[in-house]
Design a protein around this ligand. Structure first.
Ligand SMILES: [Zn+2]
Ligand SMILES: [Zn+2]
Ligand SMILES: [Zn+2]
Length: 125
């Protein structure tokens, strides 16, 4: 008997959010996943290696079947950030300029995500 109150992930391993699909161990339509699922973990990122959105780098590592690539700075104008609250996509540059909330709906993002930016983006020192 299921008593965790969470929707089971679909068998094919993705959930539609806005006009995008989010892959990995995503557990709800706000892009929360098995690894990060606080009220603020409502952001997904597209990986340049496969062009797919995942809720976090661990989801990509466990489900993608290949090594994750990071976004070079020359491509930071591309839309690769997905807000789980409103389903809108944002550019990496726009997200990094104000990483604590969605520029469209103002939903707050987890500030601790900043600790992981080097896993997703090629940061300069
Ligand atoms: Zn990938
Ligand atoms: Zn995850
Ligand atoms: Zn939003």
């Amino acid at each position: 008997m299921h008593a965790d109150g969470l929707n089971s992930p679909p068998p094919d391993g993705f959930i539609p959010v806005g006009t995008s699909l989010v892959y990995g161990k995503v557990i709800d339509g706000l892009t929360r996943c098995a690894h990060y699922h606080s009220v603020l973990d409502i952001i997904a990122i597209r990986f340049p290696c496969c062009g797919r959105y995942y809720p976090c780098f661990e989801c990509h590592e466990e489900c993608a079947g290949h090594t994750a690539q990071r976004w070079p700075q020359s491509r930071w104008e591309e839309k690769a950030i997905l807000c789980g609250a409103c389903g809108k996509e944002h550019s990496i540059a726009g997200y990094l300029a104000a990483p604590d909330h969605c520029p469209a709906c103002r939903a707050r993002f987890n500030p601790r995500c900043s600790l992981h930016h080097h896993l997703y983006f090629e940061m300069t020192e």
